[in-house]
Design a protein around this ligand. Structure first.
Ligand code: 13P
Length: 245
């Protein structure tokens, strides 16, 4: 963890999973950890219910649309998220990028969220083919350039999640050394932006209890973004306990 950072940020991304019953179990089973910031990104229909039922973790959205309120059937606006008390969102998850979302659109969404007072975890990461072609640094820099605002917004946090596409949901986590190498590169790309020493950089991709501590032990990794292992409060709590130990 970067010594200038305040605290570890341990976040779960439920993706398109969850139910009212699951949220009841999650809220009942979660032991709110002291000494780190816990956050879960819930599906939009469950945001309010999850916020009501989960103590000790903030609840954030997984995405928003780049539109104002109005004639945009099916869209979720930043104002709506702020209105229900949502204070965090993801932007640019690779599953959204794979669905056709451009880096420029990711940047527009981030700017809208920030303008509405919503903090953002911007996801970046390379595919296996990009990694093998030696394009890791170029891909990360371009995703950061497209995603981050030119003027750093006041009053909201922007964190970066490094999620190599090949490590997501595969059980093949990056090594802690690979995560650190990418984290250091991201940190160098952030120099001069915002309060650069304080920007939290998370690692995501097949994190579970057993490998979590190795990531946050790296100087340029300040937290985790956890998919599958966040679906049960017990495994998410175990990861929180591991990184605090
Ligand atoms: P897994 O932890 O299931 O690999 O998912 C990572 C992820 O995509 C979190 O956003």
């Amino acid at each position: 963890m970067n010594e200038q950072s305040n605290r570890l940020l341990i976040a779960g991304n439920w993706k398109a999973n969850g139910s009212l019953a699951m949220i009841e179990d999650w809220g009942a089973g979660f032991k709110a950890p002291e000494g780190l910031d816990a956050l879960v990104f819930a599906p939009a229909p469950y945001l309010r219910h999850a916020a009501d039922r989960i103590a000790g973790a903030a609840v954030g959205a997984q995405d928003l649309d780049d539109v104002d309120d109005g004639a945009h059937t099916g869209c979720v606006t930043a104002r709506m998220l702020a209105d229900i008390g949502c204070r965090w969102t993801l932007a640019g998850h690779s599953e959204r990028r794979q669905a056709g979302e451009s880096g420029v659109l990711v940047g527009a969404k981030l700017a809208r969220a920030a303008a509405a007072g919503i903090s953002v975890v911007l996801c970046v990461g390379e595919s296996q083919a990009e990694r093998e072609a030696g394009r890791l640094e170029e891909v990360l820099r371009s995703q950061l350039d497209e995603g981050l605002p030119a003027a750093w917004p006041a009053g909201v946090e922007i964190a970066i999640a490094y999620e190599p596409v090949w490590a997501i949901g595969t059980g093949l986590a990056a090594s802690a050394a690979d995560a650190q190498q990418a984290g250091a590169w991201i940190r160098s790309c952030l120099a001069g932006r915002g309060a650069d020493g304080k920007i939290r950089i998370l690692y995501g991709g097949s994190v579970k209890a057993g490998n979590a501590a190795g990531f946050v032990g790296q100087p340029d990794i300040d937290g985790l973004l956890i998919g599958g292992a966040s679906l049960e409060a017990g495994s998410f709590s175990a990861i929180c306990a591991e990184v605090l130990a």
